[in-house]
Design a protein around this ligand. Structure first.
Ligand SMILES: [Zn+2]
Length: 52
């Protein structure tokens, strides 16, 4: 089941085909766009994700 989270700073939807890919994409997106992830961790990312 693919999942999606919306990046709070820029509103972009970030998707992954599974949990690991979603988390990796979120971390990569934050790096590329210069967002601070702060104390956001894997479980927090997944708790905010919705299935698509
Ligand atoms: Zn963003």
């Amino acid at each position: 089941m693919a999942k999606e989270v919306v990046c709070p700073p820029c509103g972009k939807a970030i998707r992954g085909e599974h949990d690991d890919e979603l988390v990796a994409n979120v971390i990569n997106h934050a790096k590329v766009h210069g967002h601070e992830l702060g104390d956001t961790d894997r479980s927090q990312i997944l708790s905010e994700a919705r299935e698509i």
